[in-house]
Design a protein around this ligand. Structure first.
Ligand SMILES: [Ca+2]
Length: 275
């Protein structure tokens, strides 16, 4: 993280604070906390061709434990086939395909670091170019490592980036937990306005510490969520693991239509975590 970037962040934070104050006359308590975590502790640059590094990544296969499209009525069947997921050209490529497969009309892929890399706090970021079109649902997100013990949403979910493929200028970041899950998530959209997520790479990240999660796209801090913003218990002071996937259809985006072009690929240049 170079100094220029840090200074720019601080500057944007300053502008944000002024804007919040001007627009909403917030109390001084509502100023945002900006951290600059720059000690790299894990990275996957996707430089080795073939399947993703099995020391870091697991596959989620199929339609979800409830066979219900991962709780969201998603339409794809996740596979570990190279057609759906492969590392080449310095990129991880997750590709959604329209094809009949195991009773589903689409295939795609979803990988996680569950049991292999789990961490509390840090800066998590990925440089990605997203797929495009009605019904595409790419995501870069975290789940609480205790999900098998306490179940979702008690484990907590941090959505670093989600996008509706039909809205290629808009991304969203959110938290889900007890009292604020599903459509009652706590989060915010960010509109690039003059740029798109499917035609250029962007860096999607959070800086996460005790009592806050800051949401970034590139060097823009567009939201901070703290326990004061969350109606239920704050469950974000424990280890989480990373997930990356491209879903097709489901509650968040609706189904593809005749205008949706397949295949669609999410390109991930790297994933890095800093403390
Ligand atoms: Ca790379």
């Amino acid at each position: 993280m170079n100094q220029f970037k840090i200074n720019k962040r601080v500057f944007k934070y300053f502008i944000l604070s002024i804007s919040f104050f001007t627009l909403f006359s917030c109390s001084n308590d509502d100023t945002q906390t900006v951290t600059n975590l720059n000690q790299l502790i894990i990275q996957d640059e996707f430089n080795v061709d073939g399947a993703p590094d099995s020391t870091l990544w697991n596959y989620d296969i199929g339609k979800g434990p409830g066979n219900d499209g991962w709780g969201n009525q998603e339409l794809q069947y996740y596979t570990d086939r190279p057609e759906n997921i492969i590392v080449e050209d310095g990129m991880l490529k997750i590709t959604a395909i329209q094809e009949s497969f195991e009773g589903s009309a689409y295939t795609s892929s979803r990988i996680t670091t569950k049991g292999k890399y789990e961490q509390k706090y840090g800066r998590f970021e990925a440089r990605m170019q997203l797929p495009w079109g009605q019904g595409m649902w790419p995501a870069f997100w975290l789940l609480g490592s205790n999900i098998d013990e306490v179940s979702w949403p008690n484990c907590g979910e941090i959505d670093i980036m989600e996008n509706r493929g039909q809205e290629p200028t808009i991304i969203s970041g959110a938290l889900h937990g007890p009292g604020h899950s599903g459509s009652n998530f706590i989060g915010k959209n960010y509109d690039l306005v003059t740029d798109r997520v499917d035609t250029s790479f962007h860096i999607y990240g959070i800086e996460w510490g005790e009592g806050y999660v800051n949401f970034y796209i590139d060097d823009v801090l567009y939201n901070q969520i703290t326990p004061a913003d969350v109606p239920g218990e704050w469950v974000f002071d424990q280890p989480f693991y990373i997930i990356m996937n491209v879903a097709v259809g489901g509650n968040f985006v609706g189904s593809p239509n005749a205008d949706t072009v397949f295949p669609q690929t999410m390109l991930i240049d790297y994933v890095r975590v800093y403390q």
